[in-house]
Ligand binder design. Structure first.
Ligand code: ADP
Length: 458
């Protein structure tokens, strides 16, 4: 069931229940008041007649005549007077005796002084009447024709008002529910139009205050994130294509040029060297991308174990020197360790080694001496690793972007690369709950600092 209909029905039901309770209270209170008042009126009129008979000494047959000749004789009260020994002293019309008093009834009136009861549709009152220190028992009965007519009219009015109110409430409720849910309908219609090709569409955020607005704001924020992620994916793919196309085009040109005519052995050797260097670049790029994909996995999908950072650093140094024997990588401890745990982390050895190799290679390739110094230190929480070089440094405006995939600084002419190393390093360090920061001075050198939570702190 639609929320709109549910709300309307609930609202109508609630109002109907309240109005019904109100109408029932009004009806039953009026019915009770009518009954009380009618018993009082019966008693009063009977007392007046008794006083006419006993005080004013009007002849009974005169009263009976008045009773019979009354225009509304059918509905007027019929009264009888008895003494306490059940002797009838007066009766309005014995032949139509409505109450049919019994000795038991007279006795109970004497005992209780006043009784009220119903006889079919007649209201009957019986009471003790005093005159000249003598007790008389009076009964009076009548049908409250006017009272019932008024009560029925009230009941009909209440039923009509209740029915009309419920109908009005239903339509008013439906209108209100529609009005309040209208923004949701608008959102749904708009969202239906949003696809991967028009992720720039946004939902109207209305007054930015109510619940619907906060739904729209949250949705728009989600769209922002999706759009950003889509954009960076697109950018990523186009960067990769570019990075792959460049060496491929270079290789094709080289091969076409050498195959145009017969070349000397030297020229072939040179062309071969160029092609080998381009292929190496491609291999490096594809390895980096593979590592990038690995580091983007969910943390739970990567195997972590306890590893000593200095051992991983030594391993990384060996790999760097194996690839580039001219590079110099110095590793040193800044302070003595008392426990292995303060230089050990819970990590993935392969990924951490990849990150360290990137930083070592960058330090070497961006400095004329091809030298980087790695120092290991720790505080009460982290093991801290600095990669410092005395190289060409990084431009201030490049510093904010060097962790963006495929971004290469203004100093890129100094050394080759593909701009994947630092973003990959950042991903790996973040995956290990660590931090990476950089400080650089142009023409003086650069220091990358990594902090990783050590085992002692876990
Ligand atoms: P790549 O080294 O392949 O260009 P990286 O992602 O490793 O890609 O580095 C991105 C950029 O950051 C580099 O192009 C360079 O401009 C700058 N950079 C990184 N490390 C250093 C460093 N030690 N000294 C100077 N510049 C650096």
């Amino acid at each position: 069931m639609q929320i709109k209909i549910k709300l309307t029905l609930l609202y109508t039901l609630l109002v109907a229940a309240l109005l019904s309770a109100f109408a029932l209270t009004v009806y039953f209170t009026s019915a009770e008041t009518r009954e009380d008042e009618y018993f009082k009126r019966l008693k009063q009129q009977a007392s007046t007649k008794a006083s006419l008979l006993l005080d004013t000494k009007i002849e009974p047959h005169v009263l009976q005549l008045i009773y019979k000749k009354s225009p509304n004789a059918l509905f007027q009260e019929e009264m009888a007077i008895y003494d306490t020994a059940f002797n009838l002293l007066y009766h309005d019309a014995v032949e139509v005796d409505k109450v049919k008093e019994t000795k038991g009834m007279i006795d109970s009136i004497v005992a209780m002084k006043e009784i009220h009861f119903y006889l079919n549709n007649l209201q009957v009152v019986g009471f003790l009447y005093n005159h000249d220190n003598k007790h008389y028992v009076i009964t009076a009965a009548a049908n409250d024709e006017y009272g019932y007519a008024k009560l029925n009219a009230l009941r009909n009015t209440l039923i009509i008002v209740l029915a009309v109110s419920i109908i009005i409430t239903f339509f008013a409720g439906r209108f209100l529910a529609r009005q309040s849910l209208q923004p949701v309908t608008v959102i749904v219609d708009k969202v239906k139009n949003i696809t991967a090709t028009n992720l720039d569409l946004r939902i109207n955020e209305g007054n930015r205050k109510d619940e619907i607005a906060s739904l729209a704001i949250t949705f728009n924020e989600m769209l922002n994130r999706l759009e950003n992620s889509f954009d960076s994916q697109k950018q990523f793919v186009s960067n990769i294509s570019h990075e792959i196309r460049t060496p491929l085009t270079a290789m094709l040109a080289e091969l076409q040029l050498t195959s145009k005519k017969e070349r000397s052995i030297e020229e072939y050797k040179k062309a071969n060297e160029h092609i080998i260097s381009d292929i190496k670049n491609l291999v490096r790029l594809s390895n980096s991308l593979l590592d990038f994909a690995k580091a983007s996995y969910d943390q739970t999908e990567i195997s972590f174990k306890e590893i000593r950072i200095d051992e991983v650093l030594l391993d990384a140094r060996n790999d760097v020197l194996h690839n580039q024997p001219a590079y110099k990588v110095k590793i040193m401890f800044e302070k003595e360790t008392e426990s292995d745990r303060s230089v050990s982390v819970e990590g993935n050895e392969y990924l951490l080694k990849t990150a360290f190799i990137n930083l070592m290679e960058n330090g070497c390739k961006f400095s004329s001496g091809n030298e980087v110094t790695v120092s290991i230190s720790f505080d009460d929480k982290n093991v801290i690793i600095n990669f410092s070089d005395n190289g060409i440094g990084i431009n201030e405006e490049d510093l904010a972007n060097i962790f963006t995939p495929f971004y290469r600084g203004k100093n890129k002419m100094f050394a080759g690369g593909n701009g994947i190393g630092l973003p990959l390093t950042l991903k790996i360090i973040t995956l290990h709950n660590g931090k990476i920061s950089v400080s650089s001075q142009k023409n003086e050198g650069t220091t990358f600092t990594i902090q990783l939570p050590h085992l002692q702190s876990l």
